[in-house]
Write a new protein. Sequence first.
Length: 366
Amino acid sequence: MHMKYREEADYRQAMDELCFSQVAKARMTRNLRQSLAQQAEPGPARRTHWKPRIAAVAVAAALVLAVGAGATGGLKTVAQAFAGVFGPTADTQVMDQIGYPIGASDTDNGVTVTAEAILFDGYNYLMTYSIAREDGTAFSVEEIPQGEGRLNLTWDSADSTIGRNTTGAHGSSYFYDADPSDNAIQFVEECEVDGNLPAGGAVKAVFRNLYTYPNGDYENRRLLAEGKWVLKFDLDFEDTSVALRAGQTTTLNDMPITINAVTLSPLALRVDYTVGSAVQWEDAPSGRETAYNRGQSDRYLSDLTVLLAMKDGTVMDLTGAGGSLSPNYSEDVTEAQKGQVFDTIIDPADVESITVGGIVIPVDVS
């Protein structure tokens, strides 16, 4: 699958409404504010203490990333690279265990784009990039009005070969500024592929032309950095996510569904299921999601309740997670997938159960 983000305003809105999890955006805002607040305070960094067993049972992505041409020295640690995503209280030891720094970079017209680090579990990945001016000056970019800390920025196009051989992907991306006083801004990709990615192989990411659109006016966007940036690196990983018991049947909005797979990792939860009815879409020539299509997405995807219960009694409501729908009209079924990257890294051994559409699925990773 060849992922390409075409930054048309209508497309961005439709994709945001159809697939993107609002939880991811809220998480980024909250954690970024925490990170900035902590930077302003003296004293040692705070840290959450994880149980030692995490190293044995929850290394979701034992990644080995061999940096290709254009790599730079002075790599950030995974925890440093993702401080604005998961916040300063995320366990740095676990972050470094389930991810790897990359450091591949390319420079064009005085601007350097660097792939800093990745977290990956075979289905889900988070990639963080930095975009820096070589002359040391800071970018002057507005935040999106009511955009939860995101910046009014967009690529003309962004290409990644991660997941090319799968049937599809869904996710989100955003820009933020971890330190407005320095010469860099950050770009984060959060994506889930529809199929399990095979280990090995080269990854190529290509970005073209960075634009800003003040006051949210995309039609009058302004070129901020002209260029083409090509990043290459190798990706290998060991998938140690947990496959839970599946095959249960239930109903969703009076339609029969079968739970085909439930996959849990320290990074995310994924549920694959089949709906006994083929979702019907209406044409949307403008590129905007219609009210009818939004209702269909809710009926087949958003309305499916997904809960994660921890052994300490806390419950994560993942019902608002993003996903994908693939209708098969000849068999009158819809293959659906729903999943979300967690608000923080978790230990699967600390999870009591997953509830999907009222079906309680115990978690046993012993």
